[in-house]
Design a protein around this ligand. Structure first.
Ligand SMILES: [Zn+2]
Length: 408
């Protein structure tokens, strides 16, 4: 196989691999071949854990020195849904009207194809060697439980002394047009259950029972009516949404002993997981009747809020997007979580990919012109990242020296 610099051909080949999470579907095998022929050293990694599906992942690297730029992404896709409802079959990668159809076209095999094409073109122009290290961290476990994927890949790399200076994540960040948005952070996510305990009894003798439902409704009303905050510089206001109310009462003449309501909070950088738990507990305590038996349970969460601080790499990507697409991307933190929540513990991460409008839908598709434009963006980002890093003098270690302040 010769190194490919054609993002459309790579994207079509990837879409034809039916890698519905957690199946590998041949997608990583295909990538491994392309990357090896471009000069990368490729490692295939299988991670497993009891009661979860074993997942295949891939780490590819070329170059040894610093700086180290890593591209992250996933080859797994969500199921196609009703295949007959698609205008073109979900795994046939057909092109019609200037668009490439298929599951994963936008989320996110298309962006992986763009990066592979861009990296191959960069290496061809640089005698097959980057001015530093260039890596790809590709998981097959993003659309699933995210247990045997990026988390373990990052840990595996850290244990081998692999350090990344900067990550570019290729999730579909744009809303309507290529260049309209990139992600510089993500909200945190926390799941909880509100439980009110009463006393079971006959519905005809309510004075002998204690119905937990009115108290649950009162507490829910309180939690829904009072904002958690009013947003921050880069984030929308945090939001609590109830997702289920459960009494589980199969009869018509029984006052239940217990009532529960489940909720999810998407929270911004005004909170931490712990401060939110304290806030919700305090609001429930204040709103509950004296003696009411109210408790809160929170599910373990691995989705903390984060924000990538502004810096030269963010500026570099923004400038490149402006140059290629003619528009300045908004720096967004909206939407769901992504693997950036794990990567941010190892290095700064910026997300920019294709358009998210059709992801997870019937007829997921991407414009061929967007694949070409994203490839051009990635190519310039790689070029400029290494050029800049190798011409800029390293920053002094103590930036506060001479100011009379202690370094913070
Ligand atoms: Zn995705």
């Amino acid at each position: 196989m010769t190194p490919s610099t054609d993002p459309i051909a790579i994207a079509r080949a990837l879409i034809r691999c039916p890698s519905v999470t957690p199946a590998e579907g041949g997608a990583l095998q295909l990538l491994a071949g392309l990357l090896e022929s471009a000069g990368f050293k490729v490692e295939r990694l299988r991670f497993s854990q009891p009661r979860t599906a074993t997942v295949e992942n891939l780490y590819a690297r070329i170059g040894e020195g610093s700086p180290h730029l890593v591209f992250a992404g996933h080859t797994d896709v969500v199921p196609p849904g009703e295949s007959d409802a698609w205008t073109h079959p979900p795994f046939s990668a057909e092109i019609a009207g200037g668009e490439l159809y298929g599951r994963g076209a936008a989320d996110m095999k298309g962006a992986i194809a763009c990066f592979v094409a861009a990296a191959s073109a960069y290496l061809t122009a640089h005698d097959g060697k980057p001015d530093g290290s260039l890596s790809l961290l590709i998981t097959g476990d993003e659309e699933g439980t995210a247990i045997n994927g990026t988390v373990k890949l990052l840990k595996w790399a850290a244990e081998r002394g692999i350090r990344f200076d900067q990550c570019l994540l290729g999730e579909p960040t744009n809303a309507e047009r290529l260049g309209d948005a990139m992600k510089i952070g993500r909200r945190g996510s926390l799941n909880g259950t509100l439980i009110v305990r009463g006393k079971q009894g006959h519905v005809a003798y309510p004075q002998l029972a204690e119905n937990p439902i009115p108290m649950l409704v009162a507490l829910m009303t309180r939690l829904m009516s009072e904002p958690l905050d009013h947003g921050s510089e880069h984030f929308d206001p945090s939001h609590l949404e109830f997702t289920s109310v459960d009494v589980g009462n199969p009869t018509v003449n029984l006052i239940p002993a217990e009532a529960r309501a489940r909720f999810n909070i998407r929270y911004n950088d005004r909170h931490s997981r712990d401060s939110l738990k304290r806030l919700v507990k305090m609001r429930c305590r204040n709103a509950a009747d004296q003696g009411a038996r109210v408790s809160l349970e929170f599910a373990p969460s691995n989705s903390d809020v984060f924000l990538t601080a502004s810096g030269p790499f963010l500026d570099l990507v923004v400038d490149t997007v402006v140059e290629i697409t003619g528009q300045r991307p908004s720096l967004s933190t909206s939407g769901g979580t992504s693997d950036a929540r794990f990567i941010k513990n190892y290095c700064p991460v910026v997300e920019f990919g294709l358009i998210g409008r059709t992801i997870h839908q019937i007829d997921e598709r991407v414009a061929l012109s967007d694949l070409m434009a994203l490839t051009a963006i990635y190519r310039l980002v790689i070029d400029r990242y290494f050029a800049k890093a190798n011409t800029t003098a390293p920053l002094p270690a103590a930036t506060h020296s001479g100011s009379g302040e202690a370094p913070s």
